[in-house]
Design a protein around this ligand. Sequence first.
Ligand code: NAX
Length: 322
Amino acid sequence: MNVTVTGAAGQIGYALLFRIASGQLLGPTTPVNLTMLEITEGLAAAEGTALELQDCAFPLLRAVRVTADPVRAFDGVNIALLVGSRPRAVGMERVGLLESNGRIFGPQGAALNAGAAADVRVLVVGNPANTNALVASAFAPDIPAERFTAMTRLDHNRGVAQLAVKLAVHVDQIRGLSVWGNHSALQYPDVNHATVGGTPVSDLVDEAWLVDEFIPRVAGRGYEIIKARGASSAASAASAAIDHVYDWVNGTGEQWTSAAVVSDGSYGVPAGLFSSFPVRAVDGRWEIVQGLSINAFARARIDASVAELIEEREHVASLGLL
Ligand code: NAX
């Protein structure tokens, strides 16, 4: 399988590449050709990482390439992890952030359209992830939009971990958490359908804890990590990217997880937006879990997050990026 990682010299890239090369992304029997895409300033560091990858003598790693050319990077790609993006500079308006990232994800979408394998799967990690996925997909008209996704698995995993701590259970006992909307402070981590060992979470925690502690803690975890570590989440983000792709390829079974996928209008989310939903991976495709009841609180939270996605879409459309 041909796997391409953009932003390969960044901190998530560094945490991600070795796990891919060791077989954790696609399983222990799938050989991998790795391509790293960087901007010119990042090439030397990416070359250094390529030397380290060689030194690991990973049995599954068949080739490593480093390039600054998106067309070369995505030629024949099966799995594209779009991690590299332009960070928000001090004083930069949101629209400025959307514009500078649109200028990255537009050409990368076009390069994917030109050369990716027919079965390509794209995961956008770089922020603003949902709208970057929208832009990349818009520039790749020959690739079904279902093959583009954005990462909310880290938010999902954070939610599961927080519930496990609160309820003093192991993470694998928690089922049915859903993250809705944008990967931003307005995301909605929803426990209404979550269970612990079969018992509804809502029977075990009170409403005040959910509203005042759980939701802000999960949505604000990125800032908590920055404050503690002096740098943004890296290994946990890489781990979530591995989980996302592994599940996409191998299936989730009856359990569900969360991912930002193109909306088909489910749950009142306008079609075409890349929004996080509860999803199952079945036969190599994400399916939005259907038929969940949405109470008034959940409706308001989902709508607020989706309103932000609509606003972002309007911004990138006004910049000519759609
Ligand atoms: P870093 O700044 O460490 O690395 C980014 C790398 O991308 C740099 O090496 C840079 O040279 C490269 N880059 C920039 N433009 C590029 C381009 N056009 N082509 C190829 N490479 C390019 O950031 P890092 O901590 O690795 O984070 C990467 C992105 O992930 C950021 O946008 C960050 O906000 C986002 N995150 C998303 C998360 C999610 O859950 N969706 C969570 C973690 C993370 O915050």
